[in-house]
Ligand binder design. Sequence first.
Ligand code: SAM
Length: 275
Amino acid sequence: RVTDPKDSPGSTQAEVNTDEVSIARVYDFCLGGKDNFAVDRAAAQAMMEVVPETPLLAQVNRCFLRQAVRYLAGEAGIDQIIDIGSGLPTAGNVHEIAQEKNPDARVVYVDNDPVVLAHARALLATDANTTVISADLREPDVIFGHPETRRLIDTSRPFAILLGGILMHLEDEEDPEGIAANLRDRLPAGGHLLVSNTCDTGEPRAAELARVFAENGMGTRCFRTWDEQIRYFDGLELVEPGLVPNNEWRPAGDVPDPDNPAHALHIGGLGRKVR
Ligand code: SAM
C-alpha cells in the first residue's frame, strides 16, 4: 500500500490499494500511461483478450472528449466546466483544451480515486482557474457545495458538466438516470451535459467485455444500450450529431483506425439545456 498524507486533510489517510483494480489506472494503461500497477494491467489484458480494440476505445473516447470541449469552449461559449470522473492526467487534459480556446476558462476536476487526486494536484491544478477535488459522483451536493467548486463555478451562468466514462460504472441501484437528472437540474439555460460510456450493441463481444469489467470489480452494468443511455439527456437538446459512437462525433481527423467496427462499443453525446 502506498499512502499519501497530503491527501488527508483530516485524520484519515488516503490509501492507494495496489492489490485492487482501479478504473482510473486501467484506463490510464489503455491510453498508454504509466500510472498503473500489475493488477490493472492484468484487467486490461483480460479485456483485450475479448476485444483487442479496448485501448482504441479509450483513445477515441479522449478524441470525443477533446472535440466536445473544443466545441464547448469555442462555439458554445462555455467558460466553466466540471469534469466528474476526470481520470489521471493524460495528453490533452480538459483545461488545456478549453484554455486553448478561451484562456479564462475555469475547470474543476472531480474524482473519487486517491491516485487521481495525488497526480492531478501536481499536474492539473497548475493555475488559479483549474482545481481538483476529491468527491463522488453519487454525492452531487458535495461536489456543488465544495468551496473550490463555489470559487470557480458560477452556477447562475451557463456551465458544462462532463461525465466521460463514469455513469457506466454505477450499478442500477445507484440510479445513474437519477444522478444524471440531478445534475441536469443544476444547469441553467445554456448549460451543457456531456456523457460517454461503453454501449451494449447486442453483439456477443459486448456481453463478454461486460463480464470482464464485472469480474474485475468495475461494475456489473458497464454496458447499457443506446436506448437506456439516451435518457441521460432527457429534456436537453442534443448537439449534432447526437449520441453516437465516439469516432463519429465531429471527428477532427485524429481518430485512429476510424473505420473499425469496434467503435460502436463506446458512444458519447452532448446535450444543451434550452430553458
Ligand atoms: N472522464 C475521463 C475520460 O472520459 O477520458 C476518464 C474516464 S475513466 C474511464 C473513469 C473515471 O471515473 C476514473 O478516473 C474513476 O476513478 C472515476 N470514477 C468512477 N466512479 C466514480 C465515482 N463514483 N465518483 C467519482 N469518480 C468516479
